[in-house]
Write a protein that binds this ligand. Structure first.
Ligand code: AMP
Length: 281
C-alpha cells in the first residue's frame, strides 16, 4: 500500500493507471476508521483495479465553533485497517497541499445545501462539495463510494455530479450500525457512557417509527412524533426530525415512494445523525 501526500504524485499515479485502462475507485474519508468506512472500502475493492482511500480532515467543512481541532485522528491505526481492507493507496495530503495560498473558489449545490444539516451547519456542504470536487480532480476516479449515513451529503454529491457532468459513478452504501443499533461514526468516541446510552434512542426511535409504518400507518406527523418522543425522553436535544423526499430533501408524505425519516440530535455537545428509508414492501 502506497502513502501519497502530494497532489501531483497522486494525479500522476492515477493518470498512469488510467493509461493502462485500469479502473480507479475512491473512498473519501476523514479517517478514524470504523466498520462503516470498511464496508465502503470492501465495495470499492470489488469495483476498482486501484482502490484509493483519501484521508483528509477538511477544514473547509467545519464551522468556526465546530470540532476541527479535536476531531479524532489515529493514522497508524487507519493505515493498518485500510491495508487489511485491500486499499492500494492512502491519499493523505495536509491542508497546505489542498489549500495552498489564497483560495478563492467554491463549489456549492444550492437549495439542497441549505436544508436539514445545512441549516444548523451553514457552509458545511459548500466545504464538502468543494473538497470532493478537488478529490475527483486529483484522484480521477471512475467510481466513488459514499455512505447513506450522511444521506444529505450523498444526495448533494449526486446532484453536483449530474449538474457538472462529472464522469464519476457515485455509489451509495447502507448504514453500518453497532450491534445495539447506534449508527457507527468517528464522533461516537466523544460520547460518555451516559450519552452513549441516550444516543441509542435515535436508532430506537427510528425502528419504532419503522414498525409503525409497517403496520400501515402512513401519517408523517405521527411517525415523526414517535422519533421525537423517544429522543426527548432520553434527554437528547433534537435538531430536526423530518420525513423527506429522498431526491429533493423537501418534507414529504410517508405515502411517497421515496420517503425517508432523517434525524439530527445532540448528545451533550456531540451532534449525531441517522436515517431510515420508508420502503414499501
Ligand atoms: P467520514 O470519515 O465520517 O467523513 O465518512 C467517510 C465516508 O464514510 C462517508 O461517505 C460516510 O457517509 C461514510 N460513513 C460514515 N459512517 C458510516 C456508517 N455508519 N455506515 C456507512 N457509511 C458510513
Amino acid at each position: 500500500m502506497k502513502i501519497v501526500t502530494s497532489v501531483h504524485e497522486m494525479r500522476d499515479l492515477s493518470m498512469k493507471e488510467r493509461s493502462k485502462n485500469k479502473t480507479i475507485a475512491l473512498v473519501p474519508t476523514m479517517g478514524y476508521l470504523h466498520e462503516g468506512h470498511l464496508s465502503l472500502l470492501k465495495e470499492g475493492r470489488q469495483r476498482g483495479d486501484m482502490l484509493v482511500m483519501s484521508l483528509f480532515v477538511n477544514p473547509m467543512q467545519f464551522g468556526p465553533k465546530e470540532d476541527l481541532a479535536k476531531y479524532p485522528r489515529d493514522f497508524e491505526r487507519d493505515k493498518k485497517i485500510a491495508e487489511r481492507a485491500g486499499t492500494d493507496v492512502i491519499f493523505c495530503p495536509d491542508s497546505g497541499q489542498m489549500y495552498p495560498g489564497p483560495f478563492k473558489t467554491a463549489v456549492e449545490v444550492t437549495e439542497l445545501s441549505g436544508v436539514l444539516c445545512g441549516k444548523t451547519r451553514p457552509g458545511h456542504f459548500k466545504g464538502v462539495t468543494t473538497v470532493v470536487m478537488k478529490l475527483f480532480n486529483i484522484v480521477l476516479p471512475h467510481v466513488a463510494l459514499f455512505g447513506e449515513k450522511d444521506f444529505q451529503q450523498l444526495v448533494i454529491i449526486r446532484q453536483m455530479v449530474k449538474d457538472l457532468n462529472i464522469p464519476v459513478e457515485i455509489i451509495g452504501m447502507p448504514i453500518i450500525r453497532e450491534p445495539d443499533g447506534l449508527a457507527r461514526s468517528s464522533r461516537n468516541i466523544y460520547l460518555s457512557a451516559d450519552e452513549r446510552r441516550s444516543a441509542l434512542s435515535i436508532s430506537r426511535g427510528l425502528s419504532k417509527a419503522m414498525d409503525t409504518f409497517k403496520t400501515g400507518n402512513r401519517n408523517s406527523t405521527e411517525l415523526i412524533s414517535i422519533v421525537k418522543n423517544e429522543i426527548k425522553s432520553s434527554g437528547l436535544k433534537e435538531d430536526y426530525v423530518e420525513v423527506i423526499d429522498e431526491c429533493t430533501l423537501e418534507p414529504a408524505s410517508a405515502t411517497a415512494n421515496n420517503a425517508r425519516i432523517v434525524v439530527a440530535a445532540y448528545a451533550g455537545s456531540t451532534r449525531l445523525i441517522d436515517n431510515v428509508s420508508l420502503e414499501k414492501e
